[in-house]
Design a protein around this ligand. Sequence first.
Ligand SMILES: NC(=O)c1ccc[n+]([C@@H]2O[C@H](COP(=O)([O-])OP(=O)(O)OC[C@H]3O[C@@H](n4cnc5c(N)ncnc54)[C@H](OP(=O)(O)O)[C@@H]3O)[C@@H](O)[C@H]2O)c1
Length: 333
Amino acid sequence: MATAAPVQGLVAVTGPTGFIGSHVVKTLRRAGIAVRAVVHPQSKKADQLTELRALGCDIASADVGDLGALERAFNGCASVVHLVAVIRERLGATFDLINRRGAAEVAAAARTAGVGRLVHLSALGAGPQAPRYLRSKWAGEEAIRRGGVPYVILRPSFVIGPGGGAATQLADVVRLGPWYLFHLLGAPRRPLVALAAVMPVVPVFGSGQYRSMPVDVRDLLEVVRQALTRHDILGEAYDLCGPDVLTYEALLDEVARALGVRRWKAHMPMGLSRALVREFRYLPNPPITQDEFEALLVDNVCQGTRSVQVFSLRLTPVREAIRHALHEGVRDG
Ligand SMILES: NC(=O)c1ccc[n+]([C@@H]2O[C@H](COP(=O)([O-])OP(=O)(O)OC[C@H]3O[C@@H](n4cnc5c(N)ncnc54)[C@H](OP(=O)(O)O)[C@@H]3O)[C@@H](O)[C@H]2O)c1
């Protein structure tokens, strides 16, 4: 891996209680870097907040819609890593408000506070013609580009790591199969696991041939570290994928392999899948939303190896990434 200069100065991290945010904060703190964790004022994640304190973070509170609070949170910071986004819209937290306008407010506040660099997490496939979520991530990128602060935009595919994200969710899908839905509705887990063992089937939307290139969170963290230090990479957006192209079906197989279980796949016709996903909107915690479904069906793959070269990456194979996410994460702490 490329050696980079050490990260200088105080780094503000927005979304520090999230899946990627908690990894970013831990990595920075373990390297002895001063971190200001900019926490969502409405956060219900008391455990993560305690952990941020235990890691020695300076804590600030700011909603991404609150320019004044963001300016105060960024005051005295050399860099900002912006990780706030929603993939599921809620009342008062639409894609436009959080993913586009939130990014614009973060850029404006960083400029006012004299921040020297903004590292922004976008998503692979973000673009003006993409499905809604990815379109809002594109609008967020545009706000960062116009924001007047030197930036690096990173566009990862699905991120695989301990404590959340795609691996954790797919592990539940594989373990519980069709009963995953009942788990989300609040049914106790143990009888559902028993039912899944009797009927070891995982439902798959359509052919399951839509592809992705999941990336290990440790590879993303290396890129974030370089994004905070190198000058030659400023002002650009970098796609970031893992080394393996997998269909959704193959990804389920890899997760089942890591869990040591066998599962048959039950393919649902696409028409039925669409109708089912539409009905999920009536559930308080659906297994998948319409927006997630549309994004899932689009091939989520990188063209070429530019990021591998720019960041001198030795990418983690997906099998190792999933094994680490599901088995080693707890030991890593
Ligand atoms: N996970 C992936 O596979 C993946 C792939 C590609 C790109 N990305 C991008 O990477 C970034 C981080 O993703 P993630 O998976 O870590 O997301 P996440 O786990 O959902 O975390 C989102 C964070 O944003 C905070 N937040 C939500 N609304 C906020 C608001 N109004 N004001 C301030 N903070 C708010 C949340 O706080 P509370 O939860 O405490 O309320 C949480 O800390 C996002 O930009 C995402 O688009 C993720």
